[in-house]
Design a protein around this ligand. Structure first.
Ligand SMILES: CC(C)(COP(=O)(O)OP(=O)(O)OC[C@H]1O[C@@H](n2cnc3c(N)ncnc32)[C@H](O)[C@@H]1OP(=O)(O)O)[C@@H](O)C(=O)NCCC(=O)NCCS
Length: 170
């Protein structure tokens, strides 16, 4: 599957709102607006414009003229400012085609180039095997797990902590 991993544009708001209508929220935060409106998309895109390249790297995943997913790397603050957190999601209809493995790889390269960070952290529910594979295929290492740290849809999960270190010279 040919994809393009691009920076966001303000005119992507309608596509972003539509994307959230087609994703599986089973392993996502309950903080994400649901339903996700055009106003939610406009608000998030304005935040992206402020942070892009300084305290975050944000990418849209396009397959032809369809927005199919997104990857974000948010730099942390205070004493954790050399760390950043990665998050991503993909339209359910596009799963298991290697799309997110490719998009996460490209976004991590950009994040290490553009942000003043030394590592990227991924936090994944233990049962989210596809997401764990995406991280592992991109050189993330399982550093530990927080037992029963997540309560989602009436079920408890362990929260797996993955880390990817900046390589020397990159
Ligand atoms: C997680 C997610 C981004 C994966 O994207 P994707 O493009 O389907 O992932 P890829 O195709 O690049 O790779 C998936 C890998 O997981 C494997 N996989 C998929 N489902 C699996 C399952 N149920 N059990 C074990 N492995 C599984 C695939 O075989 C593949 O590994 P392989 O290349 O070694 O065979 C996508 O499923 C998604 O958006 N889920 C909902 C949101 C979410 O969970 N976001 C992450 C929060 S941490």
């Amino acid at each position: 599957m040919q994809i393009q991993v691009k920076r966001w544009q303000p005119e992507d708001a309608a596509a972003l709102a539509a994307l959230f209508g087609g994703v599986d929220r089973g392993f996502l935060s309950d903080r994400l607006p649901n339903p996700y409106t055009r106003q939610d998309a406009d608000f998030w895109l304005s935040r992206v414009q402020e942070r892009e390249g300084h305290s975050g790297v944000y990418r849209a995943i396009w397959a032809g003229d369809q927005l199919v997913g997104m990857v974000s790397v948010d730099q942390k603050e205070d004493v954790c400012r050399k760390d950043a957190e990665i998050s991503y999601l993909l339209l359910t209809a596009q799963w298991s085609r290697g799309i997110m493995t490719e998009a996460v790889g490209q976004t991590c390269v950009a994040a290490f180039q553009e942000l003043d960070i030394l590592r990227i952290t991924g936090q994944v529910y233990d049962a989210n095997l596809a997401s764990r594979r995406v991280l592992e295929k991109n050189g993330f290492v399982l550093e530990g797990a927080m037992k029963n740290a997540v309560f989602k849809n009436g079920r408890l999960y362990d929260l797996c902590i993955y880390g990817k270190q900046k390589e020397q010279g990159s």
